[in-house]
Design a protein around this ligand. Structure first.
Ligand SMILES: Cc1ncc(COP(=O)(O)O)c(C=O)c1O
Ligand SMILES: N[C@@H](CCCC[NH3+])C(=O)O
Length: 389
C-alpha cells in the first residue's frame, strides 16, 4: 500500500494522523456488497467501528444500512443520509431519551437486550402512539474463539436475552401491545477468523427460529450480527476479507423459512484495512535490556494494543539512509503517554530507525480513531485521505 510516492506525500503532513485509503475502502465495500447481494442478504454497517463522516459517506453510497449502538449514532446515521428504514439500534443500555429519539425517527428495528427493555420500549412507543419493531437479541452461548474482551455471546456476557429467559420474553411480548416482534438477533463477538464459529451460530439460530415458529411467531428477520475478522498480521497480503466464504457459510447452514430475510452487522471487516495510524519517531532509547522507539502517537490515538494487547503490524515507512546498516533491530514501539501499557508492540523487528522516521501502524481503520481519548490533554485527531494527496 505504501509506495514511495505515497510516503513522500505523507511525509509533508504533521503527525500523528490517520491515513485513509478511500480506494481500498471502496473496493472492500464493493466486494462485500457483491457477495451479500448475490445471496439476497442485507448488510448494516456497524457505525461503532468508525463513524468518520468521509468513510460513512462511502458506506452510504455502497447502499448498506446502519447498525447503531447509541442515540447519537442513530442521529449521525440519519444526518449522513441513511434511510431510517435501514437503521437498527442495538445496545445493552439504551436510555429512555435514546429510545424516544429512535422511535421518533421510525427506525427499522430495536435489537432488544432484556425483558425489562421490552416493557420500557412498549411504554415509550405508547407515548408516541406507535408500534415499535423489535428483534430479540438472544445470547446463544456460542464461543466466538476470540479475545475474551470482545466475546459477547457466552452465558457470562452481559449482552442479549439468555436462552433460559425466552419463555418469559414471549409472555412479555404478549403483554406489550406497542411492540411488534420482527425477528431474532445475535452478535457473538468480534475479530472471528474461524468460519466454523459461524456454522455453530447457524445451528443455534436454526433451533431458535424453529422454537419461535412452534409458538406461533413467524419471524421476518434473522439478524446474525457481525464479527468477521481481518488479517492484522499481513494487511498487504489480504487487504480485502473473504466475504464470499463468510456469506456462503450462512447460505449453506442457515435454514430460512419462506420469506425470511437474513441481516448482518459488519464493522471491522469493512473498514479496518483502509486505515493506518501514521506517526513519527520522536526519540530512540537504547537501553540495556531494550531498545525503545518513542513515537508521537500513543494509546490515546489507538487504544487496541493497550486494551487487548492487540497485534497491529508496525511498518517503517522512511527509507534507511544510504550507507547505513539495514540489519533489523528489535524495538519496543511505544507512545508518549504516561502509562507503561502505552505500547504498540514489543520486540518489533524493524530496520534501524532514527528521530523523524515515519512509522505506520496498520489495520487501524476499525476501532481506532473512535476509541481515541483526550488523556494527557492530547490534540484532536488529524486525518489525511488518499484523495487529498
Ligand atoms: C451488536 C453488534 N453488532 C455488530 C458489531 C460489529 O462487529 P464487527 O466489527 O466485529 O463486525 C458489534 C461489535 O462487536 C456489535 O456489538
Ligand atoms: N473495540 C473492539 C471490538 C469491540 C466491538 C464492539 N462490540 C476492538 O477494538 O477490537
Amino acid at each position: 500500500m505504501f509506495n514511495s510516492g505515497l510516503i513522500t506525500a505523507l511525509s509533508k503532513h504533521e503527525t500523528p494522523f490517520y491515513y485513509y485509503d478511500l480506494d481500498l475502502l471502496a473496493q472492500t465495500l464493493d466486494a462485500a456488497k457483491q457477495a451479500s447481494a448475490e445471496l439476497g442478504f442485507h448488510v448494516h454497517y456497524a457505525l461503532k467501528a468508525n463513524f468518520n463522516e468521509r468513510l460513512l459517506k462511502h458506506v452510504l453510497e455502497a447502499g448498506f444500512g446502519a447498525d447503531c449502538v447509541s442515540g447519537n449514532e442513530v442521529k449521525k446515521a440519519i444526518d449522513i443520509g441513511f434511510d431510517p428504514t435501514k437503521i437498527v439500534f442495538a445496545g445493552v443500555g439504551k436510555s429512555d431519551k435514546e429510545i424516544t429519539f429512535a422511535l421518533s425517527q421510525n427506525i427499522f428495528a430495536f435489537n432488544v437486550e432484556s425483558i425489562q427493555e421490552l416493557h420500557i420500549i412498549d411504554q415509550l412507543a405508547a407515548n408516541q402512539g406507535k408500534k415499535a419493531s423489535v428483534a430479540l437479541r438472544i445470547n446463544p452461548n456460542v464461543d466466538a474463539q476470540t479475545h475474551h474482551y470482545i466475546t459477547t455471546g457466552l452465558d457470562e456476557n452481559k449482552f442479549g436475552i439468555a436462552h433460559w429467559e425466552l419463555a418469559d420474553a414471549i409472555e412479555a411480548l404478549r403483554s406489550c401491545p406497542h411492540i411488534e416482534l420482527i425477528g431474532i438477533h445475535f452478535h457473538i463477538g468480534s475479530q472471528i477468523t474461524d468460519l466454523n464459529v459461524f456454522k455453530s451460530l447457524c445451528v443455534k439460530v436454526n433451533e431458535l427460529n424453529n422454537w419461535f415458529d412452534e409458538r406461533g411467531f413467524r419471524l421476518k428477520v434473522l439478524n446474525v450480527g457481525g464479527g468477521l475478522g481481518v488479517d492484522y498480521h499481513e494487511p498487504d497480503a489480504r487487504p480485502i476479507p473473504d466475504f464470499k466464504s463468510y456469506f456462503t457459510v450462512f447460505s449453506d447452514f442457515l435454514e430460512r423459512k419462506a420469506g425470511q430475510e437474513v441481516h448482518f452487522e459488519l464493522g471491522r471487516a469493512l473498514v479496518s484495512q483502509c486505515g493506518s495510524l501514521v506517526s513519527r519517531v520522536l526519540y530512540v532509547k537504547n537501553g540495556i535490556k531494550k531498545n525503545f522507539l518513542i513515537l508521537d502517537a500513543g494509546m490515546t490515538e489507538l487504544m487496541r494494543p493497550a486494551l487487548y494487547q492487540a497485534y497491529h503490524h508496525i511498518q517503517k515507512l522512511s527509507p534507511v539512509p544510504a550507507g547505513t546498516t539495514k540489519d533489523q533491530v528489535h524495538y519496543d514501539v511505544v507512545g508518549p503517554i504516561c502509562e507503561s501499557s502505552d505500547c504498540f508492540g514489543k520486540e518489533v523487528q524493524l530496520a534501524p530507525s532514527e528521530r523523524g522516521d515515519l512509522i505506520a501502524i496498520r489495520t487501524a481503520g476499525a476501532y481506532g480513531e473512535v476509541m481515541a481519548s483526550h488523556y494527557n490533554l492530547r490534540n484532536e485527531i488529524r486525518y489525511v485521505y488518499s484523495d487529498q494527496l
